[in-house]
Design a protein around this ligand. Structure first.
Ligand code: ATP
Ligand code: MG
Length: 272
């Protein structure tokens, strides 16, 4: 259930790569977006639409072009370093290897996530308190990971590893959770487990969430608002009521009407 409190405001977000060269790409074209607290937004769009670039700007990987603003929970975080953004934004990537460090244990990975996500001094004081916090975050996943705090993350399956990445992204309770096709590299069964875990964490922690997916079916099934991106712009924006009962074909029609382009089936998966 979304509150009407604004949690994320994007204003005039433009990102141009290779500016002034023949390779110039306008990856984001003057995006304006307001996300309410506890919204769970799904974003779908073809390859190169700008989805990952949008998450990169929100996460502070690079700033938008001059004049653009990223405001999270009332704080303008536009100019802050990526490190400082981590106090506001947790993120899970498509590749489990990016979100977690293979040679470190589950405990060390989570400790790193806590340090990254919180201002100094707020992390648990003793090792015992820390382990208790990690166990209580991992136990609800029901994967037995709470008993394997000393296991190296590299020995875990991709699904377990993505589950650890989810806990890492959320353990310090950032205002915003960004998911970038975080189940795309998993087999269908494991993907479903990770999606269920995502749903559980998002609901328990009342996280405001933005999930990018290539999969129209997932985009319709999860969340309370659906965006479609095309050539750096948000071309379709459907709230819960507008989205209810829509089929994949309805989405394709909405996309074609909004973008003026024929839908390219190769680019967006219709089935899981
Ligand atoms: N670091 C970069 N340097 C140059 N061009 C980039 C960079 N990152 C993205 N782009 C370009 O910006 C555009 C948007 O890319 P982006 O990765 O955001 O798309 P996407 O919607 O996430 O696509 P996909 O579905 O394939 O993940 C693309 O044309 C891409 O080639
Ligand atoms: Mg992408």
């Amino acid at each position: 259930m979304s509150e009407n409190r604004s949690l994320l405001q994007l204003r005039g977000i433009t990102k141009i790569f290779s500016k002034g060269t023949l390779d110039e790409v306008i990856a984001l074209d003057n995006i304006k977006l307001d996300v309410n607290a506890e919204d769970y937004i799904t974003i779908i769009g073809s390859n190169g639409a700008g989805k990952t670039t949008l998450l990169n700007v929100i996460a502070g990987v690079f700033p938008p072009e001059r004049g653009g603003k990223v405001i999270v929970d009332g704080t303008d975080i536009t100019g802050l370093s990526e490190y400082k953004h981590a106090a506001y934004v947790g993120r899970v990537y498509q590749d489990p290897h990016i979100g977690t460090a293979a040679k470190m244990t589950i405990e060390e990975n989570l400790a790193m996530a806590i340090l990254r996500g919180q201002p100094r001094g707020l992390s648990p004081a003793t090792n015992k308190q820390r382990r208790e916090l990690f166990s209580s975050a991992l136990a609800p996943l029901r994967l037995g990971l709470e008993d394997r705090l000393n296991a190296q993350v590299g020995v875990l399956s991709s699904g377990q590893r993505q589950a650890v990445a989810l806990v890492m992204a959320t353990i310090s309770k950032p205002a915003l959770l960004l998911l970038d096709e975080h189940t795309a590299n998993l087999d269908p069964r494991t993907a479903q487990i990770v999606l269920d875990l995502t749903e559980m964490i998002v609901q328990q922690e009342k996280m405001t969430t933005v999930m990018v997916t290539h999969n129209m079916e997932l985009a319709l099934r999860y969340g309370n608002r659906l965006l479609m991106m095309h050539e750096g712009r948000i071309v379709v924006d459907l709230n819960q009521e507008q989205r209810a009962g829509l089929t994949i074909n309805d989405l394709i029609t909405a996309f074609e009407q909004a973008s003026g382009k024929k839908f390219d089936e190769d680019n967006i998966l219709l089935t899981p």
